[in-house]
Ligand binder design. Structure first.
Ligand code: SF4
Ligand code: SF4
Length: 440
């Protein structure tokens, strides 16, 4: 009974802190734009199964991709055992899901094997971060805090797996010593349990119980640290893939308000007959502040794993430009974290005299982008960085008239000559002046 009471209080504290964090984030989302409709649910499910569950994009780097996929699949299986622990903790039962029979054996055996595989994978990830120079873990956005964040989260996952295997081994040893039935199957922990051979019933029980508590407390702490860490992708990546942009990556999405203005010029009667698409008055062209972004861009920024796969394929970054698509996502998240509380407290008028464009992301970075979409193509969780970059450029051009000199010439040529070139429309056919034509 004491165990149940302590567990229930611990669970309530965990859920309370988590609810506070989620509520805080929802508060930030309220200040983003709603211009990302979610349709085609069936197609989205297929993409989610392929990219998130199947981890297909991760396998583009086969070796390290395999270790990452093992961690992801391991989490999916192990989480069932964690649910059982919560049920047991609340109701004072032990191995409550054993009623599932053979399915239970398969799940527990898979979790046991994955526990070891995940632990090995995490050790490899830690070694890479600590002892090897991996180019994509470097960059101006990768400050010491980001490395510490990653190392803390990886270490916690490792401890989670050690406590899981310790718990399983302790349980196995206890049941064997007591000659009682073993619920589930433990292909890995049964081997580790030999360490406990010869121990008394009480000792093996103590090992089982202390590992049980360590494991569940670590889960509770981890769940509450994640939203403040790059490892928030543990929660966010699958829904983010479900919410992937469905249009071809190269397609620039027109701005409704601008499209309407152009149509108005071409055919005023037809356009006036139909109401504006959004029905919402335009506040800003493009993105200047973090609260100008779409809710999907903010979702992207929270999901970013900071893996650097995008930056590693960015032609601008590779050729020494300032641009790093990973930094764009990290800057948006950091900026919303900084400004969000002020927005929630004071409303949309809150202004701390800083903006996402310039204070966080420079014009030089934005104009270095070739909109090649290599970053979006490579991102393992289908984040769309170019759409945010284009929105920030739209702000610069449409609200500030600010663009690199070469582009300004193109804009004025389009305005004056109807083409990007510096020739009058009347001269357009001069190239054919001296050609002999057969006219029938
Ligand atoms: S779209 Fe822009 S940010 Fe993305 S890879 Fe290409 S140049 Fe880099
Ligand atoms: S945007 Fe995607 S590819 Fe780039 S660092 Fe984040 S998760 Fe990795």
């Amino acid at each position: 009974m004491t165990k149940q009471i302590v567990f229930t209080i611990t669970l309530l504290i965990t859920l309370g802190i988590f609810a506070f964090t989620v509520n805080r984030l929802i508060g930030f989302f309220r200040f983003t734009k709603r211009n990302f409709p979610v349709r085609n649910i069936g197609r989205r499910f297929r993409i989610m199964l392929d990219v998130a569950i199947g981890q297909t994009k991760i396998f583009r780097r086969p070796v390290i991709g395999l270790f990452h996929a093992l961690v992801f699949w391991g989490f999916c299986v192990i989480v069932i055992g964690s649910i059982e622990m919560v049920i047991d903790g609340l109701f004072g039962s032990d191995k409550s899901l054993k009623v599932l029979g053979i399915f239970y054996k398969v799940i527990i055996a898979s979790g046991d094997i994955f526990g070891l595989l995940v632990a090995i994978s995490i050790l490899i990830f830690l070694a890479r971060r600590l002892f090897f120079h991996i180019a994509r873990f470097e960059g101006i956005e990768m400050i010491p805090k980001t490395h510490i964040d990653a190392i803390v989260a990886l270490s916690m996952i490792f401890l989670l797996m050690v406590s899981l295997l310790g718990m399983n081994a302790g349980y196995y040893a206890h049941q064997k010593t007591a000659a009682e039935a073993i619920a589930g199957s433990y292909p890995v922990s049964s081997l580790f349990s030999r360490i406990f051979a010869g121990m008394s019933l009480q000792t093996s029980s103590n090992i089982y119980q202390s590992c049980w508590w360590c494991h569940i407390i670590l889960i509770f702490i981890f769940a509450n640290i994640l939203p403040y860490s790059k490892h928030f992708h543990v929660f966010m990546s699958v829904p983010n893939v479900f919410l992937s942009r469905l249009e071809p990556l190269g397609k620039l999405i027109n701005m409704d308000s601008v499209t309407r203005e152009v149509k108005l010029m071409l055919n005023p009667n037809a356009v006036l007959a139909s109401p504006p698409v959004s029905g919402i008055p335009i506040e800003r062209f493009g993105v200047k502040y973090c609260n100008d972004v779409s809710w999907k861009s903010y979702f992207d920024s929270l999901s970013c794993t900071q893996c650097g796969r995008c930056t590693s394929v960015c032609p601008a970054n590779i050729t020494g430009k300032m641009l790093s698509p990973r930094k764009i996502m990290m800057d948006l998240r950091a900026r919303m974290k900084e400004k969000g509380p002020g927005l929630v407290k004071n409303g949309l008028d809150y202004d701390d005299k800083k903006s996402l464009v310039r204070d966080y992301i420079s014009e030089e970075e934005l104009w270095a982008c070739t909109t090649c979409n290599a970053c979006a193509q490579e991102c393992p969780i289908n984040i769309n960085q170019p759409s945010l970059i284009v929105e920030m450029r739209r702000y610069l051009v449409m609200e500030e008239g600010s663009a690199p000199g070469g582009l300004k010439t193109v804009f004025s040529n389009i305005e004056n000559n109807g083409a990007p070139w510096q020739f009058s429309p009347e001269d357009r056919l001069l190239w054919a002046k001296d050609l002999e034509m057969n006219v029938h």
